[in-house]
Design a protein around this ligand. Structure first.
Ligand code: ADP
Length: 436
């Protein structure tokens, strides 16, 4: 974010917690303001402290990043009340997409297919049983406020549903303070395919094609690639248009992602709306690499009221990109977080390699936040070339002092199903069961 802003000639102020005082973004921003102690509730989620930091430094706008308050409609409204530009969609658009249940209804209204399921929230286990009977098992109980794979419970048959209904509610209440749940048919072996969009204030929009995020562990993405091996040009266009239609329905502005499940178990492949993320996502660089569009810069320009400046016809699919999430986690120990000091951190380089990271040798990974420490994005003219380059890059990547997912990614690149592009959301369970 700091880099894109600098290229646009926009000065930056980083906000940080005491745990991040020595971090690179704090050094690299033009100014930096400490907003509280390590605990995120008192710093990165402290709306007043962040607004104060903006007002006292004379900032005009706030970029919310992709965690913490990035999808918080109240925070977006607070920014507006204080005369600050929130770099993102309106509070209303965030709220309408933030509740998955409401978002499903909005998608239906926009003529975008959704996974068969309940019409709205479920009041009781009895109601869940009735809906499940209608749509057929297996079913998934999902939290309306869900995110990060939390509050999602699978019921293979009716015996299990009442228990899973309560379990999902309890988990949702604990994680999001909201125990509203709904039901969806559980698709057997789908792909997670999402469409990146950009829409300017006048409603002109483009889709930056898709990302295939099907390599997941327990619903958490680990590898994302663009384009997907399975989409035909026609389906790609249909999904892109569906995403833009949905955005138009809520008056969306800025960068956003519409997530779909792709199901080719039937005679014709189908896609279903799953949710919309009203912010930039961790995996946005793969779309930047294949389109040449700086999504962060586009967000800033759109928030400043500038026109998009590109049309769909300007965008051509001529290359490939894969992102590997390098997490401070130990795959051999159930991907347990591995915070500590990186005694050595030497990322790969060379042609087609991009590494987005805040880490450096001697820096510490605090235990308080997400364990993502770097994103390795590899590009090539073809998928084949990209995979060969990724093997080379992962072999070069040196991290000491922390357990990481680097070796895990090396192993994935040796699995024939991945190399063939034929992988689904059950990839890890199926192909690497020892890590599931
Ligand atoms: P979250 O917001 O918690 O990440 P999502 O709704 O985006 O939850 O779903 C995360 C993942 O869960 C998807 O990428 C997919 O792997 C799986 N999933 C969600 N809904 C379904 C479904 N109806 N059938 C099969 N898998 C699903």
């Amino acid at each position: 974010m700091i880099r894109s802003a600098r290229e646009l000639g926009v000065a930056t102020v980083a906000v940080y917690s005491q745990a991040d005082v020595a971090s690179r973004p704090v050094r690299e921003a033009d100014e930096a303001v400490c907003i509280g102690p390590a605990a995120s509730a008192q710093s990165y989620l402290n709306q007043t402290a962040i607004i104060m930091a903006a007002l006292t430094t004379g900032a005009e706008a706030i970029h919310p990043g992709y965690g913490f308050l990035a999808e918080n409609a109240d925070f977006a409204a607070l920014c507006a009340d204080e005369g600050l530009v929130f770099i993102g969609p309106s509070p209303d658009a965030i709220a309408r997409m933030g509740n998955k249940n409401v978002a499903r209804q909005t998608a239906t209204d926009a003529g975008v297919p959704t996974v068969p399921g309940s019409d709205g929230a479920l009041e009781s286990a009895e109601e869940a049983l009735m809906v499940a009977e209608k749509i057929g098992y297996p079913v998934l109980v999902k939290a309306s406020a869900g995110g990060g794979g939390k509050g999602m419970r699978l019921a293979e048959e009716s015996d299990l549903l009442p228990h899973q209904f309560v379990a999902a509610k309890t988990e949702a209440k604990a994680a999001f303070g909201d125990d509203t749940v709904y039901l969806e048919k559980y698709l057997g072996r789908p792909k997670h395919i999402e469409i990146q969009i950009l829409v300017d204030r006048d409603g002109r929009g483009v889709y930056l094609f898709e990302r295939d995020c099907s390599v997941q562990r327990r619903h958490q993405k680990l590898i994302e690639e663009a384009p997907s091996s399975v989409l035909t040009p026609q389906l790609r266009e249909e999904m892109g248009q569906a995403a833009l239609r949905l955005a138009a329905t809520v008056g969306y502005e800025g960068a956003g992602t519409v997530e779909f499940l792709y199901d080719d178990s039937g005679s014709v492949p189908r896609f279903y709306f799953m949710e919309m993320n009203t912010r930039v996502q961790v995996e946005h660089p793969v779309s930047e690499q294949i389109t040449g569009v700086d999504i962060i810069a586009a967000q800033i320009r759109i928030a400043a009221g500038q026109p998009l400046g590109i049309t769909q016809d300007d965008l051509r699919l001529t290359s490939h990109a894969i992102e590997f999430r390098i997490n401070a986690e130990d795959p051999a120990a159930g991907f347990r977080p591995s915070p500590g000091i990186a005694t050595k951190f030497v990322p790969p380089g060379g042609f087609g390699i991009r590494v987005d990271t805040h880490l450096e040798t001697g820096a510490s990974v605090p235990p308080y936040y997400d364990s993502l420490i770097a994103k390795l994005i590899v590009s090539g003219r073809t998928r084949f070339e990209t995979i060969a380059r990724a093997r080379r890059a992962l072999a070069e990547f040196e991290v000491e002092g922390l357990a990481t997912t680097i070796d895990f990614h090396r192993s994935v690149l040796e699995v024939p199903a991945f190399v063939a592009g034929d992988y689904r959301t059950d990839f890890i369970e199926e192909e690497m069961p020892e890590l599931g």
